[in-house]
Design a protein around this ligand. Sequence first.
Ligand code: GLN
Length: 240
Amino acid sequence: MSKQSIHIVQLYPNDMNIYGDEGNVLVLKRRLEWHGYEPIVTQYNVGDTFPKNIDIIIGGGGQDSGQLKIYKDLLKLKPTLHELAKNGTPMLAVCGLYQLFGRFFQTATNEKIDGIGILDIETHATNERLIGNVVSESKDFGEIIGYENHSGQTTVGPQAQPLAKVIKGAGNNSSDGHEGARIHNVIGTYLHGSILPKNPILADWLIETAVKNRYGSFEPQVIDDLFADIARDIAKSRPR
Ligand code: GLN
């Protein structure tokens, strides 16, 4: 019997893909294989034809200049991405793309980059850069570990929930102790690192949600996460 496939779309890898965010796609591919599914990855860049039959949307961070390059194209995808989000497609947007999954990002040079508003967040650049290892505690996924580097400071509005509480580091901003945001099956986060290799529970949640959406049920395999556990311990023991 041929394997059931899961279609991952990686948004803007040419412009939004820093601090190892590509690792998130590699982890999804490999864990899907380990769970017995066939991963199919489409890279979507500015001007491409947007693919169909999507199971997971994922995208990474980028410089302000990268965000300026992609945002108009992203706005064209807005209705499609809202529809997918409404239908429960799991999505993970990291840092620069997280900001643009929100309402807007106001840059340090006072340009307002419009986002697609799937997440009820807004972001304002500041002179302070928030850099370093992050340890956070989430209701849905337990401890989430990663690495942040951003000047934008984000606040979460009432239509979304913060993803986690920060234990070490900054997260969304330097004041309220929240990291990331979630609505339904859409998650935004500042955490690179990359996030999925260090947080297999999050990777498996994206996979499980996608597989259940497409095939109705999910039969996970037991995966040995020894190396992920070691990476988590090391990241936790690092100075900020
Ligand atoms: N340019 C954004 C900021 O600095 C995003 C950075 C990133 O994606 N790491 O706030």
